[in-house]
Design a protein around this ligand. Structure first.
Ligand SMILES: Nc1nc2c(ncn2[C@@H]2O[C@H](COP(=O)(O)OP(=O)(O)OP(=O)(O)O)[C@@H](O)[C@H]2O)c(=O)[nH]1
Length: 299
């Protein structure tokens, strides 16, 4: 059995995942490297490259929503649960993929997948262990326009951290669509987002999480007081969030402009490095202890 290599491309809706996957495929082709493209977004329609595996051939979000009367998010979760019950659909073709290929997995943008729903860890476990044993790197995209709103940017950073914690894979975070902010943000300011400088949350009283949540309407003493309390409470929440991000000191972003070949090539080289790093590690079973735990304490 040979080795297998892959990257799983994640991030919120519209972050540029599919565009990045296409740019990666293009770049690999130009450099005479092979790739195997897997679409796991049951709602995705337009592809520059036809996927080698497309979840829509197993289940379509549109059908699920229509037949089960589910909304888009509930429908997406249903599609993934269905995929987990029919994993052969994914694993059988992947068994035949050889080490020359980079497996690229395009994920949907529903944020639940990267926070509390345990579907993604289960999927990644199947891909990275057992007979498939794919050495993987996670790529998490956040769009660079988020930096104009600091609270949005830091909640995006927290979602990237959540994916890092959940998957325990070598991981690159990427600020996408850099062409859109180029020239609009001073280099020095941009640097504070690339290696997130958490003082950004505190040093601008008019912005940050505090501003987002400030709800009081100034039409009387009581409301004035609640506004003040919200301000104080969220200022301390900001400090706690900043400390959490600081203590991790793991999150930094690579810059991506999907139209620029050099930019795509640079990111690919980080992904390659991460994959090699993963491969050089002893296989570990980080969650097995949890899996084996007797949750309710009964013998
Ligand atoms: N200017 C610019 N636009 C981009 C870039 N990458 C993606 N876009 C645009 O952003 C929009 C969303 O891109 P997608 O690649 O569909 O994003 P996605 O994350 O796959 O979206 P979902 O699958 O809906 O979550 C499209 O209109 C793209 O053309 C980029 O690097 N620069």
């Amino acid at each position: 059995m040979g080795s297998r290599y892959g990257t799983i491309v994640m991030g919120p809706a519209g972050a540029g995942k599919t565009t990045f996957c296409s740019a990666l495929i293009e770049h690999l082709k130009m450099n005479r490297r092979s790739c195997f493209y897997v679409n796991l977004d049951p709602a995705a329609e337009d592809f520059a490259y036809t996927p080698d595996i497309d979840i829509k051939d197993l289940i379509s979000l549109e059908d699920v929503m229509e037949e089960l009367h589910l909304g888009p998010n509930g429908g997406l979760i249903y599609c993934f649960e269905f995929l987990l019950e029919n994993l052969d659909f994914l694993t059988e073709p992947l068994e035949d993929v050889t080490e020359e290929y980079l497996i690229i997995i395009d994920m949907p943008g529903q944020i639940e997948l990267y926070s509390h729903v345990p579907i993604l860890p289960a999927l990644v476990k199947t891909l990275t262990r057992g007979s498939l044993n794919i050495s993987m790197c996670a790529a998490y995209l956040l769009e660079s326009s988020f930096i104009v709103d600091r609270s949005k940017f830091f909640s995006g950073t927290l979602s990237a951290m959540s994916a890092m914690l959940m998957l325990e894979l070598p991981h690159v975070n990427i600020l996408s669509k850099m062409d859109l902010v180029k020239g609009q943000v001073a280099r020095r300011d941009l640097k504070r987002f690339i290696d997130p400088d958490t003082s950004l949350l505190q040093d601008a009283p008019e912005s940050g999480l505090k501003y987002e949540y400030k709800t009081g309407v100034d039409n009387g003493d009581a409301d004035e007081k609640s506004t003040m309390l919200a301000g104080e409470t969220f200022a301390s929440l900001n400090r706690a969030v900043a400390q959490l991000i600081d203590e991790f000191s793991l999150v930094s972003f690579l810059k991506l402009d999907a139209q620029n070949e050099d930019s795509v090539g640079t990111i690919l080289s980080y992904i390659d490095d991460c994959i090699q790093f993963h491969e050089s590690q002893e296989p570990k079973e980080p969650n097995d202890q949890l899996d084996d735990m007797d949750v309710d304490g009964m013998g």
